[in-house]
Design a binder for this molecule. Structure first.
Ligand code: URA
Length: 250
């Protein structure tokens, strides 16, 4: 149960003060009865709330996927740079969403954004072995030795040994390569540092999937959309999927 004014303010109907005025002006109905008291307690999942005669589509959580562009930081606030939250539509900002994990400022592609703290925690925990797949362009040739090194576990510059990872070569030549990388961790600059350990540099990095969620190719860079019900369910079921599949790709 929550206060009516808080519910409406969280849904974006205005500040607490503005919402109180709405209620005072008899613009709000609860289960067919005009609401009189802005502090009344409501279960928004059970009661029908109407504002200006329209039924309010109540939800506690929002789940978005963004095709993150280059030059934008994966944070809710930044002193200097534009953030991914600046890019989402205003109607979602009232839910105080945040990015699930981080992509570097120059990494593009799939970024999940939500206000569901519990799901976020599950998705970023290495415990659940959620596969993250990246398309990368590398400045040098990549060969089978590199594939084996990824499989064995790359040792990063700080001595950390990565979990086994999958490297697929899409094409490779002296002038550079295109690869697909699947990792289950999310260490700082991980993919770039894995290649640095092999004396190679990532020149372009795009995340194309996160667990069962694939980047929607219809999203232009900078655009986002809500996840479908099915996509949200897939994410929530991730722990059971991971248990069933295990480290299938290794
Ligand atoms: N690995 C990186 O190096 N950068 C990212 O943004 C994501 C994975």
């Amino acid at each position: 149960m929550e206060r009516l004014d808080k519910i409406l303010a969280n849904l974006g109907y205005g500040s607490r003060k503005e919402v109180k005025a709405l209620i005072k002006n008899k613009e709000v109905e609860i289960d067919g009865v005009i609401a009189k008291d802005s502090s009344m307690l409501i279960d928004p999942e059970k009661s029908e709330i109407k504002v200006w005669g329209d039924v309010v589509n109540y939800r506690k959580y929002i789940y978005l996927m963004m095709n993150k562009p280059d030059g934008v930081v994966s944070a809710t606030f930044d002193k200097y740079d534009e953030t991914v939250i600046d890019l989402i539509e205003d109607e979602y900002k009232v839910f105080n969403p945040f990015p699930v994990g981080r992509l570097d400022k120059d990494t593009v592609g799939l970024l999940l954004i939500t206000n569901d703290g519990e799901l976020n925690h599950k998705l970023i925990s290495p415990k659940w072995h959620v596969d993250k797949v990246y398309y990368a362009e590398i400045d040098k040739a990549v060969d089978e030795n590199d594939v084996r090194a990824f499989e064995k576990g790359i040792i990063l510059d700080d001595g950390y040994k990565c979990m086994p990872a999958k490297l697929e070569i899409l094409n490779s030549g002296r002038d550079g390569s295109e690869v697909k990388v699947t990792i289950q961790e999310g260490k700082f600059h991980q993919v770039k540092r894995m290649f640095n350990s092999l004396n190679k540099n990532v020149v372009y990095l795009k995340r194309i999937s996160f667990g069962p969620i694939k980047l929607d190719e219809n999203l232009e860079e900078g655009q986002s959309r809500e996840l479908s019900k099915e996509e949200v369910e897939m994410l929530k079921n991730i722990t059971s999927q991971v248990k069933n599949e295990g480290l299938s790709f290794i």
